[in-house]
Design a protein around this ligand. Structure first.
Ligand code: GLN
Length: 387
C-alpha cells in the first residue's frame, strides 16, 4: 500500500451520528428508543392511502428534479396560507430528500472554504458535517439558562467580515426553544448589517405548544431575499423514512440550491411526492390535532422525568427535552449516563455533549424524544421509576 492517505481529510472532523448510534445500541439492548426523533406510531391514513394510490397509478419514474409541480404548488399555497408569503412554485421551491439533503445542498451552494457560519448551540448534530463538507468554519453562540436564551452582545461578536450565513433552527432541536419576534429581529438586523444569509431549519414548524407561535425568518422585513427556508414532511406527517424535505428561497438563491440538488440526489421519491401534495393540500385540519397530541406527550414525559429527579425546561416546540441529570446520584458524564440508562433501565437517550462543540458544556444533559406512542411513554415512565 502507498503512504498516501486513502480517506479525505474533510471526513476527519466529524464522527458517525451519535443519535443513530444510540438507536443501534437501543436495538441491541431491547431498550425503549427515546433517542432518535421519529414516531413509533402510524402516519395519518389519508397520506398513506395517497402513497399507495400513486404507486398503483405507476408513478414510478423520476419526478422533475426540483419536485413534482403539484407538490411545489401545494408547498407555495401552504406558505401563503400560513405565513402570507407569495412565492412562485416554478422558481422558488425545491423538493429534496429530507431536510437533511436540503441543508447539505444549501451549504454546498453558498458556503466555501474560508467562510464562517454561525450556529446556536445546543445544535442539531448535522450542521457540523454540513459545514465540514462545504469547507466552512462554524462559530458557536451558546443558548444559556433554563430558557436557552442568547446574549445579544455575544451574537454580535460572532459576526464579522467572513460571516457568510447563520443557521437558525426554530422550533429548536434539541432545546425545544421557539425563537420569538424580538430574537429573530436581532438576528435579522445583524444579517443585514453584515450582508449574510440566514439558513433556517423549520422542520418542527407545526409542533409548537401553549401560546407559542412559529414565525418564519423569511417573513421579517428585508429578510426574504437573504433567507433560505428549509422544512419538510417528516416530522409533521410522521413519515421520517419517506425522505421528503423542501427549500424555499428567492429565485437566484433557489437556482444555486437546485444545481447542487440535481447532482446530489436527482430528486425525492416520485410516488411519495404525490402523497405529500395531498398531505399539504388537505393538511390544515390536521395540524391542530398534531399540536395537541404532542403537547400531551410532552407533558407525559416531562412529568415522568421530573418525578424521577431530572431537571427539565418546558419545551416550547419540537419533540425533544434536554434533561439535566446532575441531581441524580450518578458519577460519570453524559455518555456514561446514557449507556447506563440503556443497559440498566432499558431506555435510550442521546448524550447531551453531542449537541455542543465543547463536549463538557453538555455533560450534565441527556436528550429524550417524546415522539412515541402513549404506551411507549407510559412504559418508559414505569422504567424510570427504577432510578
Ligand atoms: N432529527 C432526528 C433527531 O434529532 C433524527 C435524526 C436523524 O437520524 N436524521 O433525532
Amino acid at each position: 500500500m502507498s503512504e498516501r492517505p486513502l480517506i479525505a481529510s474533510r471526513t476527519a472532523v466529524f464522527s458517525e451520528s451519535v443519535i443513530r448510534e444510540m438507536t443501534r445500541l437501543s436495538l441491541r439492548h431491547k431498550a425503549i428508543n427515546l433517542a432518535q426523533g421519529f414516531p413509533d406510531f402510524s402516519a395519518p391514513e389519508f397520506i398513506k392511502r395517497a402513497a399507495v394510490e400513486a404507486i398503483e397509478a405507476d408513478v414510478n419514474q423520476y419526478a422533475i428534479t426540483w419536485g413534482d409541480p403539484r407538490l411545489r404548488t401545494a408547498i407555495a399555497a401552504k406558505v401563503k396560507r400560513h405565513y402570507g408569503l407569495d412565492i412562485d412554485p416554478e422558481l422558488e421551491v425545491t423538493v429534496t430528500c429530507g431536510a437533511t439533503e436540503a441543508m447539505m445542498a444549501t451549504m454546498l451552494a453558498f458556503v466555501q472554504p474560508g467562510d464562517e457560519v454561525i450556529v446556536f448551540e445546543p445544535f442539531y448534530e448535522n450542521y457540523v458535517p454540513d459545514a465540514a463538507m462545504s469547507g466552512a468554519t462554524l462559530k458557536f453562540v451558546t443558548l444559556r439558562g433554563p430558557n436557552f436564551v442568547f446574549d445579544p452582545e455575544e451574537l454580535r461578536t460572532a459576526f464579522g467580515p467572513r460571516t457568510k450565513a447563520i443557521i437558525v433552527n426554530s422550533p429548536n432541536n434539541p432545546s425545544g426553544k421557539v425563537f420569538d419576534r424580538e430574537e429573530l429581529s436581532q438576528i435579522a438586523a445583524l444579517c443585514q448589517e453584515f450582508d449574510c444569509l440566514c439558513l433556517t431549519d423549520e422542520i418542527y414548524e407545526h409542533i409548537i405548544f401553549d401560546e407559542h407561535k412559529h414565525l418564519p425568518m423569511a417573513t421579517l422585513p428585508g429578510m426574504y431575499d437573504r433567507t433560505i427556508t428549509i422544512s419538510g414532511l417528516s416530522k409533521t406527517f410522521s413519515v421520517t423514512g419517506w425522505r421528503l424535505g423542501y427549500v424555499v428561497g428567492p429565485p437566484g438563491l433557489s437556482q444555486a440550491v437546485r444545481k447542487v440538488h440535481d447532482f446530489l440526489t436527482v430528486g425525492a421519491p416520485a410516488p411519495l411526492q404525490q402523497a405529500a401534495a395531498v398531505a399539504l393540500e388537505e393538511g390544515d385540519g390536521y395540524y391542530p390535532q398534531l399540536r395537541s397530541m404532542y403537547q400531551r406527550k410532552r407533558d407525559r414525559l416531562l412529568t415522568a422525568l421530573r418525578e424521577s429527579g431530572f431537571i427539565c425546561n418546558e419545551p416550547e416546540g419540537a419533540y425533544y427535552v434536554m434533561a439535566d441529570f446532575s441531581a441524580l446520584p450518578f458519577e460519570g458524564d453524559d455518555t456514561d449516563f446514557a449507556l447506563n440508562l440503556i443497559e440498566r433501565v432499558g431506555i435510550a437517550p442521546v448524550p447531551g455533549s453531542s449537541f455542543y462543540h465543547d463536549a463538557h458544556a453538555g455533560s450534565q444533559f441527556v436528550r429524550f424524544t417524546f415522539s412515541k406512542s402513549d404506551e411507549t411513554l407510559d412504559e418508559a415512565a414505569f422504567r424510570l421509576k427504577s432510578l
